[in-house]
Structures are given as structure tokens and as C-alpha cells.
Design a protein around this ligand. Structure first.
Ligand code: NDP
Length: 333
């Protein structure tokens, strides 16, 4: 991490690939720890919020200039001096953006058995944090009933695409938006009844025709949130998952119709996935990998190969250039 960005992060300016420090994985001292070869790293929208002046308080700790980025990933243990971890174990957890990491605390990681034989990258996507986000908050806040109408934004990403499918499986009418025609086609394929490109079609016109909406799954905030409030049914539930339209600007969009929250008796639920994890995690990991492996829950990945391309992927996710879950394949087994 080189410099705190003011707007969108920029390759070379905000972050760089640095090869100055190397280790020999065969001989590096472990001092009772374990050496992990990083296989896959996840690129998520919230990483932008960590690229801030560290004096600013937020729910997630800041990155520090000069230090490597870190995020969810999957790695394989190469050598271990800790009896709780053995060579060959595949671990899911938070890793530094490095080829190898030396760790000491096994409880920070989950051993993935992967009986279903899914690609490891799936464990940072639909079977990892974004899938958890969709599943947990849908269960906790949607109060979904068959026949209701839900509107999902950023519907081609891992969170939105999973929400579309959960809602469809419960018999809801699903309206979904994304920023390209390819993404629109994908959202239709996975079950959206009304899929549209918000860059070429007026969101308000669609909501006027296809609404009112009983549930709004908000991934974008801003003007779209304002439109959703205008087209919400009485007692609608707003699941405030993310507001990516506001992550790269210092002048947040002023949502002007909040008074309608009162008159329409809307429920607005903001949440952070980690807070819901203790309640739903066991059920998620017992069921989701099998549902994904059987094809019942579909997913799409946007893969880049090579750690040196992680910065490129971070920039792409903020500007909507990713199509599907953004993952960096750092190494094969
Ligand atoms: P995605 O892979 O969907 O990537 C983000 C997408 O947002 C982009 O591809 C782009 O797609 C869209 N986007 C970017 N800028 C804008 C904009 N200005 N207006 C509208 N859409 C925009 O991400 P995820 O599925 O991983 O995450 C989706 C949301 O969920 C994010 O807001 C994220 O922060 C949030 N989140 C929240 C969690 C929580 O605990 N509350 C946990 C995980 C994720 P497009 O082409 O459609 O514009």
C-alpha cells in the first residue's frame, strides 16, 4: 500500500507490487509456527474503506502505508511446527497479499475439507464471505414471503447473484440491476424476472412499472436508494448491505426522501457480516458447498492470475469492470 487515495484507487500510485523481500520456503525459520503458500486471494469492495487515513474510525481496521494489503484467501500449509496444523491442510482465513505467509495462530483459520471438490477460489466467493453475507442477512432481515417483490442492486456480483437465487427459491419476484448487458444476461440466467442495465435504463421507470418493492437489497446506496424508497411498499424491508456508489467520493449523495421511511413504515437494516456469523455459520458451511456443487446455486468468477495483478483487480472492482466474484489466483497447488 503506497498512498491513501482521494477518489478511485490508482495502480502504481495507490499500490504497487514489491519483490524486494524474498524467502526460501524450504529453510525459512518457523519458530513454532506454520508456513502457508497462498493459493487464492479475494478482492472485495470493502478494501477501499481500509485505504484511508488511519485516524478515521470505521468498522474495519485501516491498511497502513508501506505494509502489504490483506484479505480473505485460501492457502495450503507447506511446513508446520504447530501440532494443530499439518502440511497439506487447506486453510481459509485472512492472508497478507504475499506468496507465502508464516502464521502462529491456527484459530484464525478454518480448515476446508472440500469434500465436493470445488475450486479453492469458490471458498472466497459464494462459499465464503460474500455468500455468507447474502445468506445470513437474507435469513435475518428479509422476512420474505412468496409472491413478494425484491429489488437487488449489483446483481451480477457474488453477493447480489446469491441473493437473486435465494429470493427466487422462495418464490419472490426478483428485479435486479447491474452495469452492463452481459451482466444483465447473467442475472436473467440465474433467475431474475426483470433484469436491467442501470446505465442505459432508468431505474425509476423500471420500479414504477414492476414495483412497488417489498424488499430492497441495497449494494449501491446513493440515488438508487432514493429511488427504492420512493417505490417501496408499506412495511418494506431495506437490507443495507453496501453503498459502493459512495466509496470513492468525498461528496456523498444526499438522499432526500428519508421522511418516507416514517410514512411508509420501512425497516432499514444495516449490518456487517461478521456480526451474523456466529448465528448462521455452522448451517452455511454444512449446506452451501453441496448446494453449489450440485448446481442449485450458481456463481460466476472473474479471475486474474498472478499476485502482481492484484492491484489491477482492486481497481476493477471499484469501477465495476469485474464480472463475477473477483479473485486473484496466486498459485496452483
Ligand atoms: P461486486 O463483485 O458486485 O463488485 C462491486 C460491483 O458494484 C461492481 O462490479 C459494479 O457492478 C458495482 N458498482 C460499482 N460502482 C457502482 C456505482 N457507482 N453504482 C452502482 N453500482 C456500482 O461486489 P460484492 O458482491 O462482493 O459486494 C456487493 C456489495 O456488498 C458491496 O457494496 C459490498 O461493499 C457489500 N458487502 C457488504 C458486506 C457486509 O457485511 N455488509 C459484506 C460483503 C459485501 P456494476 O457493473 O453492476 O456497476
Amino acid at each position: 500500500f503506497k498512498e491513501v487515495p482521494t477518489g478511485f484507487p490508482e495502480l502504481g500510485k495507490t499500490m504497487d507490487y514489491d519483490e524486494s523481500e524474498t524467502i526460501d520456503p524450504d529453510t525459512v525459520p518457523l519458530n513454532g509456527g506454520f508456513l502457508v503458500k497462498v493459493l487464492v486471494l479475494s478482492i472485495d469492495p470493502y478494501l477501499r474503506g481500509k485505504m484511508r487515513n488511519p485516524s478515521i474510525e470505521s468498522y474495519s481496521a485501516p491498511f497502513y502505508v508501506g505494509e502489504p494489503f490483506y484479505n480473505y484467501g485460501v492457502g495450503v500449509v507447506v511446513r508446520s511446527e504447530n501440532p494443530a496444523v499439518k502440511a497439506g491442510d487447506h486453510l481459509y482465513g485472512v492472508f497478507k497479499f504475499q506468496h507465502y505467509v508464516i502464521e502462529n495462530e491456527p484459530s484464525r483459520f478454518k480448515v476446508i475439507e472440500n469434500k465436493e471438490g470445488l475450486p479453492w477460489s469458490v471458498y472466497v466467493g459464494v462459499c465464503g464471505m460474500p455468500g455468507e453475507t447474502a445468506d445470513y442477512a437474507w435469513k435475518e432481515f428479509s422476512r420474505a414471503k412468496k409472491g413478494e417483490t425484491v429489488f437487488v442492486t449489483a446483481g451480477a456480483g457474488p453477493v447480489g447473484a446469491t441473493v437473486i437465487q435465494l429470493a427466487k427459491s422462495q418464490g419472490l419476484k426478483v428485479i435486479a440491476s447491474a452495469g452492463s448487458d452481459d451482466k444483465v444476461a447473467f442475472m436473467s440466467e440465474i433467475g431474475a424476472d426483470v433484469a436491467f442495465n442501470y446505465k442505459t435504463v432508468d431505474t425509476r421507470k423500471i420500479l414504477e412499472k414492476e414495483g412497488p418493492i417489498d424488499i430492497y437489497w441495497d449494494n449501491v446506496g446513493g440515488e438508487t436508494l432514493e429511488a427504492a424508497i420512493d417505490h417501496a411498499a408499506r412495511y418494506a424491508r431495506f437490507i443495507e448491505c453496501g453503498m459502493i456508489s459512495q466509496y470513492n467520493t468525498s461528496q456523498p449523495y444526499p438522499v432526500k426522501n428519508l421522511l418516507k421511511v416514517v410514512g411508509k413504515e420501512l425497516s432499514l437494516h444495516g449490518f456487517i457480516v461478521g456480526s451474523l456469523r456466529p448465528k448462521y455459520e455452522a448451517e452455511f458451511y454444512a449446506t452451501f458447498p453441496a448446494r453449489v456443487a450440485s448446481g442449485e446455486i450458481k456463481y460466476k468468477e472473474d479471475r486474474v492470475r498472478g499476485l502482481e495483478r492484484a492491484g489491477e483487480a482492486i481497481v476493477a472492482v471499484q469501477s465495476g469492470k469485474n464480472f463475477g466474484k473477483s479473485v486473484v489466483i496466486v498459485a496452483d497447488e
